[in-house]
Each structure stands twice: as structure tokens, then as C-alpha cells.
Design a protein around this ligand. Structure first.
Ligand code: ADP
Ligand code: 5GP
Length: 209
């Protein structure tokens, strides 16, 4: 008898919305396998090589693209990010549920080559709260914060509408439980069914970027 494959859940969301924080809590409670991406950006304070990301050079990244080593890859702001293929495939085959925390372009590449994947977009309760979190994290220069907010307001809000599910990260614990339940029940707030994105869009237009 063929064994059951794991679920592939893709989690995206604006920079600073709390994806990393929520996924870390999710993994403490439930046995998901988290794919560790490769990136050309430098480590932030507190990040651990091989755990947070595999930090590699631009040359190494481009070589691995050539070698077809990535399940998907994309450029985000000024760097490359990619999901190593072998880890994801091995875990899914072994029946483990796998989480990818990646941006939208990569998420859609995953959908086109693995249509069973579920695409979840995490949103903040408001754009002002997003700015507070991004600034509060204190890991980026004001220029990078501005670039990331601009990208959220001008590009990512539109892409969020194409996701399968929307999860709000207001209270962290509730968000973690919702992520788990969405992945397992495949039920959640569909972007097309909510005014939330429209409200965020209205607010984003008023943000001073
Ligand atoms: P991302 O991975 O989406 O870029 P992070 O996980 O780094 O975001 O979170 C950005 C900042 O927001 C961090 O300082 C984190 O502690 C904070 N944060 C995350 N979730 C919440 C929440 N539910 N309420 C308040 N602050 C949060
Ligand atoms: P950060 O620099 O804040 O860690 O990540 C920037 C963006 O890159 C986030 O939206 C994050 O989800 C995304 N990202 C991280 N790893 C990958 C990856 O392997 N592939 C893609 N496409 N995006 C990624």
C-alpha cells in the first residue's frame, strides 16, 4: 500500500508581520518539518546559521540555481532566497507535514509545480501595527524598513488575494492555533470572503512611505 504523503503548507506575509515568531511557536507545539532556506543576505543578530537560514554567497546561490537544487527561489528586495529541494521531497515522501516560510513569488512557483500545496497569507491587524513591529524588531535600517513597507503596500497586498487562506496575527497564541487548524482542516478565512484586505489596502494608501 502506498503511504500517505505529508501536507505542504506555504506561509507568506509582509515582512515584520510575525511569520518567523509564529512558525517558531507552531514548531514547539506540533511536529511539522520546517524547511531551512538558503539566502544571500547577512545574518541578523540572534539568527543561527543552518537553523535560521543557510547563508551562502551570490556565486554559490547562482551555481545551485544552475544545478536545479532549489524547489523554488526568488529575489526579495536585494537578495536571493531559495528552498532546497531534497529536504522538502524527502519529508513529504516520509509522510511529514512541511512548512515553507517564503515570499509570494516563490509561493506561486510552488503552487504551479506542486498544486496540492496550500498557500496561507499572514496579515497584521493593521498596517500601523505592521510598521510598529517592523521598527520594533530593530534589525533593519530605516531605509530597509521603508523598502519593506512599500513592498507590502504596493505589491504584496494584491498578491495576498491569490492565496488559499488568510490568517491574522493579532494575538500570537491564537494565530499559532489558527495556523495549525487551517493546515489540518483546510478551512480558514478565504481572502475573497473578507473585507480585511480592502481595509488594509485603504490604510496602506494613507501610510507615509
Ligand atoms: P517576520 O518573520 O514576518 O518578518 P518576525 O517574526 O520577525 O516577523 O516579527 C516581527 C516583530 O513583531 C518581532 O519583533 C516580533 O517579536 C513581533 N511580533 C510577532 N508576532 C507578534 C504579535 N502577535 N504581537 C505583537 N508583536 C509580534
Ligand atoms: P527575511 O530577510 O525577512 O528573513 O525574509 C525576506 C522574505 O523572504 C520573507 O518574505 C521570507 O518569507 C522570504 N523567504 C525566506 N526564505 C525564502 C525562500 O526560500 N524562498 C522564497 N521565495 N522566499 C523566502
Amino acid at each position: 500500500m502506498e503511504s500517505k504523503k505529508g501536507v505542504l503548507a506555504v506561509i507568506s506575509g509582509f515582512s515584520g508581520v510575525g511569520k518567523g515568531t509564529a512558525v517558531k511557536e507552531l514548531l514547539k507545539k506540533y511536529p511539522y518539518a520546517l524547511s531551512v532556506s538558503a539566502t544571500t543576505r547577512s545574518p541578523r543578530p540572534g539568527e543561527v546559521p543552518g537553523v535560521s537560514y543557510h547563508y551562502i554567497t551570490k556565486e554559490e546561490f547562482e551555481k545551485r540555481i544552475e544545478e536545479n537544487d532549489f524547489f523554488e527561489w526568488a529575489r526579495y528586495v536585494d537578495n536571493y532566497y531559495g528552498t532546497p529541494k531534497s529536504f522538502v521531497m524527502e519529508k513529504l515522501e516520509a509522510g511529514q507535514d512541511v512548512i515553507l516560510e517564503i515570499e509570494a513569488e516563490g509561493a506561486f512557483k510552488v503552487r504551479s509545480q506542486y498544486p496540492q500545496a496550500m498557500l496561507i497569507f499572514m496579515v497584521p491587524p493593521s498596517m500601523e501595527e505592521l510598521r510598529r513591529r517592523l521598527v520594533g524588531r530593530g534589525t533593519e535600517t530605516p531605509e530597509t524598513v521603508a523598502k519593506r513597507l512599500k513592498k507590502a503596500a504596493e505589491e504584496e497586498l494584491d498578491k495576498a488575494k491569490l492565496y488559499d487562506f488568510l490568517v491574522i496575527n493579532d494575538e500570537l497564541e491564537a494565530c499559532v492555533e489558527e495556523l495549525h487548524s487551517v493546515i489540518h482542516s483546510r478551512k480558514g478565512i478565504k481572502p475573497v470572503e473578507t473585507d480585511l484586505l480592502v481595509n488594509l489596502e485603504e490604510e496602506a494608501k494613507k501610510l507615509e512611505l
